[in-house]
Structures are given as structure tokens and as C-alpha cells.
Design a binder for this molecule. Structure first.
Ligand code: ADP
Length: 494
């Protein structure tokens, strides 16, 4: 039998420890499926305040490592927790960097020292491996926060036998967040100055951490096929489309799976009533409960209820929603939204709640329990995103029989098929152009099926029987790891 692949999964966030978005769901669930496929996997992430205060079991290992940053050596503490009881999660701690209220930014903007914080984290990963004598086959790293890792592998640690066979696989979850910093900070990285040029880490006279992952990674992927194509165009590439086109032989799209242990209405502990396709009537109890939660009138029980759960950011298409508010609320519908993010949206949605108190329930918060209740209690789920690398909520919605109305972009396009009443195929509703009228018309079209029992039952069936569990995607990652290792071997022998 082959020796199990040794994977180090380097991530800035992972459920259940720390989460700002979909990446955390991925990092908390994909490793379990990789382990089931025979990989030996360890996670490594920063020791944020929220981890310290989480109450989740973890211990101080009594280990301290020294991480060179610029001409200083900064100490880091190592802690150990677990995912699924037997997958080790190592935490890199340094109070000065990670003992803060938020992970990367406050509602006012990014932390001023994010470059230092994530240079520190990325470098600490190598020193951690050296201390533990751990020689990974693959470092699977995620997002700009860990983008420098392959640059270190190809320079500072190139001659360390511990890493001689180690390949880097870089997953891009959202190319709009690149980790751009002043060039004056380059020396803090300790990378050779030759790497600071337009073929390397430089991006219009600044450092770009994500670009480092793309340029130096042995394999790169994004979280849906469609998004892997979109980011090669100026509209979606945020300036990195050129380098991505150059690397396209090495750029893959692997759709995120979801963890049905957490997101399945038949055993969801957050719900007032559990249900499945056979016992769908209990979804109605969840709807009543949700209306109560938002202090909305019970008369809305018979009207289509539209739900949203989202980071409140421009990406998510809120400008389209704002444009159609009046026409939308003229319809016989209810609307609930849960989200946090940019201040301007906090203000706008607070006004919406005031203007439509009988129809709109708004909660400006981050609340996992309420997210589950919305998935179960709503009838439709809206995602009019400008771009959406994968999107998880539409996939959760399918399982909960909450019909997605989405814009055909990225993972939304790959997972949702428009319902066709003639063939009775399709699990949701899609519009193509980023346009408010198209969005409104698609909502109108979707809710017209709500009062047609035959079609509605069919839609629920199509949605709730769709399977997006991790097995298939984990297998695709395994193949990607093998490709990256081959490439690495080729580069050593060649
Ligand atoms: P993104 O990663 O762009 O934020 P995704 O759809 O991939 O979008 O993932 C978002 C994840 O974050 C989902 O699991 C969603 O339920 C969760 N989420 C987003 N906002 C909130 C919130 N305010 N409260 C609870 N969960 C949230």
C-alpha cells in the first residue's frame, strides 16, 4: 500500500474555531473527507482571540518558536486543538498580532499591520515544521493571507531537506482580496529581492501576496469551474487576469462541497422542527418560528418569504436589491435578511426595516443559529451576486427546500439550473445580466410557482435531492495534489 500523503492545510480561518466566510466552512470540512480518502492531514491557523475565548478544547504545547521578520526575531506560541476529534489543528499565537476583536479588518477597514501579521504566520509555518520534524508532501494553502508560502518554498527553504519534495497547492476563494501592501514592506518578508519584480510578487509597485501564490504555486485552483474561467477576464480578475491566463494550464476549478452534518434540516438542532422531503409540512413550523423571531405578522405565513444571509459587501449585489425595493415590497412577499459588513449597508438595511415593518425583518449581526433558521424558514433564497467564487448558501438552501434565485455567475451558475415547467427540470431560478430589472423579473417568475402545487413540489424535490457532499470534490483535490507533486518532481529533476 502507498504511504499516506502528508498534507499540511494552512488556512487563515476554519470552522468551528474562526469564521468570516465560506473559506472557514471549507477548511472545517474538506480535511475530514481527505482523511477518509487516506490522507494524513494537519491544519495550521492563527490563534485569534476568538479561538482563545471559544471554549473549544485546545492546549498550549509549551513550545515557543522564533520567527524572523525583517531584522527581528519574534516569538510565537503553539497551541493544539482538534477537528473531528482526531485531525490536529495547530495554532500559531502571538498576542500582539492575533489577540484582537476581528480577524482581518474592523467595519472601518483593514488592520494597518496585516502584512506583518501574515508574513509572520506564513513564516511561522515553516519554523513549526522544522521544530516538529514534520515533512509535508503537500502544503495546501488558502487565500492571500498564506500566498507567500510557495515563494518561501522556492527560495528561503529550497535547500532544506525537510521540504525538498514538498509541493504547494494554492486555493483562491476570492480574487478580489489580494493582500496588497506598500513595497517598503517587502524586506520584512526575508524573500530574495529578485522576487520583487513584475514577473514575481510586484504588482504596480506594490507587494501582492495572492500573486505570489499564483506565480510560485505548483498547482492553483479556485472553488468552481466557472469562476476559474471568469477570473481570466478583466471583468473578474481584479488585475490578475493576465498572470492567470499565463498559468491556465495549471489552474483548476473544484467546486466546494458542503458538510451535511451541519446543514441538513432532518437533523438540524437549531430548528424548532426537523423535516425532510417526505415530511415537508414541518418546514411550515420553521417558517412560523422564523416570522416570530423577526416579529413579522403571522399573515405572512401564506406569502412567499424571501431570505438572505450574507456579508454585507458590494460583491453580493445589494445595489440591485436597493434599486428594486419599492417594486419588491409592492408584491405580496415577506423578506428577512441576516448580515454584517460595510457600514453603508448597515444603515441602508436599518432604513428598510423602518420603512417596511410589516414585511421586512432585518438583523445586522453574525449569528449561526439564525442562519440555520433562515435556511429552513424561508421559501426562496436570494443571491444576486456581482461575482460569486462558489457560494455556499445556495447549496445549503437546496437541502432545506428553500429555492435559490441567483445571478448566473461563478459557483452559482455551476450549481443552480433554471426551472423549466415544460420538462420539470431545474432546482432554482437564474438571471444572467447584472441588472436590477432582470433580478426583479426573475423573482416574480420564481414566486409565481409558489402557488402552483404541482410545480412547487417538483421544485422542492429537485432541490432537496441534489447532492453536493464533499466526496467528489475531495477526490478531485487528491488528484490535484498528485499533479502538484509530479510538477514538483519534474522541476527538481529538470
Ligand atoms: P462568502 O465566503 O463570500 O462570505 P459563502 O456563501 O461562500 O460567501 O459563505 C458564507 C458563509 O458565511 C455561509 O456559511 C453563511 O451562512 C455564513 N454567513 C455569512 N454571513 C453570516 C451572518 N451574518 N451570520 C451567520 N452566518 C453568516
Amino acid at each position: 500500500m502507498d504511504k499516506p500523503l502528508q498534507i499540511l492545510f494552512a488556512t487563515p480561518e476554519a470552522v468551528p474555531f474562526a469564521k468570516t466566510g465560506g473559506l472557514a466552512d471549507v477548511a472545517g470540512s474538506l480535511p475530514k473527507s481527505l482523511q477518509a480518502l487516506g490522507c494524513e492531514i494537519k491544519l495550521i491557523m492563527p490563534y485569534y482571540r476568538i479561538v482563545k475565548e471559544s471554549g473549544l478544547p485546545h492546549q498550549y504545547l509549551g513550545e515557543e518558536i522564533e520567527v524572523p521578520i525583517g531584522d527581528e526575531k519574534l516569538k510565537a506560541d503553539i497551541y493544539l486543538g482538534h477537528l473531528n476529534q482526531d485531525i490536529p489543528v495547530y495554532f500559531i499565537g502571538r498576542e500582539e498580532f492575533f489577540d484582537r476583536e476581528y480577524l482581518y479588518s474592523t467595519p472601518k477597514g483593514d488592520y494597518f499591520d496585516n502584512a506583518e501579521r501574515f508574513i509572520f504566520f506564513s513564516k511561522a509555518i515553516f519554523i513549526f515544521c522544522q521544530r516538529m520534524g514534520f515533512s509535508p508532501d503537500i502544503i495546501h494553502h488558502h487565500e492571500w493571507q498564506t500566498g507567500l508560502i510557495p515563494a518561501y518554498l522556492k527560495s528561503v527553504y529550497q535547500n532544506d531537506p525537510l521540504f525538498s519534495h514538498t509541493a504547494a497547492v494554492f486555493t483562491i476563494h476570492n480574487i478580489a482580496y489580494q493582500g496588497l501592501f506598500k513595497k517598503e514592506k517587502f524586506w520584512l518578508t526575508g524573500l530574495p529581492t529578485e522576487m520583487y519584480n513584475p514577473e514575481g510578487i510586484e504588482f504596480w509597485e506594490r507587494i501582492n501576496f495572492m500573486k505570489a501564490g499564483i506565480v510560485y504555486g505548483d498547482a492553483i485552483n479556485t472553488v468552481s469551474q466557472k469562476y476559474s474561467q471568469e477570473i481570466q477576464t478583466p471583468e473578474y480578475g481584479y488585475g490578475l487576469e493576465g498572470i492567470l491566463r499565463k498559468k491556465r494550464e495549471n489552474l483548476y476549478g473544484i467546486l466546494n462541497g458542503v458538510d451535511y452534518e451541519d446543514w441538513d434540516p432532518s437533523h438540524d438542532p437549531h430548528l424548532i422542527a426537523q423535516y425532510d422531503l417526505k415530511d415537508i409540512s414541518r418546514k411550515r413550523d420553521c417558517k412560523k418560528d422564523l416570522l416570530k423571531e423577526f416579529h413579522l405578522p403571522s399573515s405572512l405565513e401564506n406569502a412567499p418569504l424571501l431570505g438572505m444571509i450574507s456579508r454585507l459587501a458590494d460583491q453580493k449585489g445589494f445595489d440591485l436589491l436597493m434599486e428594486i425595493l419599492e417594486q419588491l415590497f409592492a408584491l405580496n412577499i415577506g423578506f428577512v435578511l441576516l448580515g454584517t459588513g460595510e457600514q453603508k449597508y448597515h444603515d441602508l438595511f436599518t432604513q428598510v426595516a423602518r420603512k417596511y415593518p410589516q414585511k421586512a425583518g432585518i438583523r445586522i449581526a453574525y449569528d449561526d443559529r439564525l442562519a440555520h433558521k433562515i435556511e429552513a424558514g424561508a421559501d426562496f433564497f436570494l443571491m444576486p451576486s456581482k461575482y460569486e467564487p462558489c457560494g455556499l448558501n445556495q447549496i445549503y438552501s437546496l437541502k432545506y427546500g428553500t429555492i435559490p434565485v441567483v445571478r448566473a455567475t461563478g459557483g452559482l451558475d455551476d450549481t443552480i439550473t433554471h426551472y423549466d415547467p415544460a420538462t420539470k427540470k431545474g432546482n432554482g431560478f437564474k438571471f444572467i445580466r447584472y441588472d436590477a430589472k432582470e433580478f426583479l423579473n426573475t423573482i416574480k417568475g420564481a414566486i409565481s410557482f409558489y402557488s402552483q402545487p404541482e410545480h412547487w413540489r417538483q421544485l422542492l424535490r429537485n432541490a432537496m435531492t441534489a447532492d453536493f457532499s464533499w466526496e467528489r470534490s475531495a477526490e478531485a483535490y487528491l488528484q490535484l495534489y498528485r499533479k502538484a507533486l509530479e510538477k514538483k518532481r519534474g522541476s527538481i529533476s529538470g
